[in-house]
Write a protein that binds this ligand. Structure first.
Ligand code: MN
Ligand code: MN
Length: 322
């Protein structure tokens, strides 16, 4: 690692964390995609929200809060910037944001470009509808398994004339052959509903749905053991909706639900994904205008770091055996 503070600007040992333009984790900003193993990419799009908007502002605030995060994961020892070439590769922005399916096409194209270069994407939304175009890009060659942490299954049906809102990306992903339902685990599901069969698609397709009450009863270790068994050794995507956290830890989101995960439980869940064949991840639904004292963006940034750690560990293992 260079000792030149201009080249090595992500190291807080050379320059204080509050200095400079706030890229994700102070990683270098590289829009040319050369020499990148893990590309952290903002997706400032929230045209798929069904209630409170604002997740389009998520990437900026997560970037800002992420500058606080240091270099090494104290719990696991993983130092992602040493294991991999990590870069902030800018935003997958949408040139025509007022039209939903065209916006998803733009996001898919951005992630296809990332995927073609062999870069593992770590996306920051945006609303949860963005996971569908990401999967269209990275699972084009075959379906992936998924560990999905969320208050909602997001396997809904049409809503007010749209099949592609943020409550339905994963039903569409299964229908399009991008997601292997039998290798999918959904953790933290809860909240009031309008339809008793709201998450029928998850159950009928064979996803393992771990409602919050069951999570509470089983605890993190048993949930992880089962989740790892289900996703197995094939490619796995992690999708983390910030509303999986209790609103005490994440008030700044569109569809908050009480009785949620603590930030520690979320950290332990993501750390427990170490060693899986991870091909990418996203963190979605941070809506800064509903936040208070950066609680949600700080939680988001630190959970994004946990995702970066397990992804960089998986990527360095893949690099060393390639
Ligand atoms: Mn969601
Ligand atoms: Mn949700």
């Amino acid at each position: 690692m260079s000792t030149d503070p201009n080249e090595d600007h992500h190291s807080p040992m050379h320059r204080p964390r509050y200095v400079g333009i706030p890229t994700f984790f102070r990683a270098p900003l590289k829009e040319d995609l050369d020499e990148v193993d893990i590309g952290i990419v903002g997706v400032p799009y929230d045209g798929g929200v069904t209630s409170r908007p604002g997740a389009r502002h998520g990437p900026r605030e997560v970037r800002n809060s992420s500058t606080m995060v240091r270099m090494i994961n104290q719990a696991t020892g993983i130092a992602p910037h040493e294991l991999c070439r990590v870069a902030d590769i800018g935003d997958a922005w949408v040139p025509s944001p007022f039209e939903l399916t065209g916006s998803h096409d733009s996001i898919q194209q951005a992630f296809a470009r990332i995927h073609e270069r062999g870069i593992a994407p770590l996306a920051v939304g945006g609303d949860h509808s963005i996971s569908l175009p990401i999967l269209r890009a990275i699972a084009a060659d075959g379906p992936v398994g998924m560990i999905h942490i969320d208050a909602h299954c997001d396997t809904g049906d049409d809503y007010m004339g749209s099949r592609f809102h943020h409550g339905a990306p994963f039903s569409r992903a299964v229908e399009e052959g991008l997601l292997d339902a039998k290798r999918t685990v959904q953790i933290g599901i809860r909240g009031s509903i309008n339809d008793r069969d709201l998450w029928k698609f998850s159950h009928d397709s064979g996803m393992r749905v771990i409602y919050m009450e069951e999570f509470y009863r089983l605890g993190v270790d048993k949930v992880l053991a089962e989740a790892r068994e289900i996703v197995g050794s094939g490619p796995v995507y992690i999708s983390f909706d910030i509303d999986s956290l209790d609103p005490a830890y994440a008030p700044g989101t569109g569809t908050p639900e009480i009785g949620g995960l603590t930030t520690l439980e979320a950290q332990l869940l993501i750390r427990g994904c170490q060693g899986l064949n991870l091909v990418g991840a996203d963190l979605v639904e941070v809506s800064p205008a509903f936040d208070s004292a950066d609680i949600t963006s700080l939680a988001g940034a630190n959970l994004l770091f946990e995702l970066l750690c397990v992804l960089s560990d998986a990527r360095s293992l893949a690099n060393s055996t390639a």
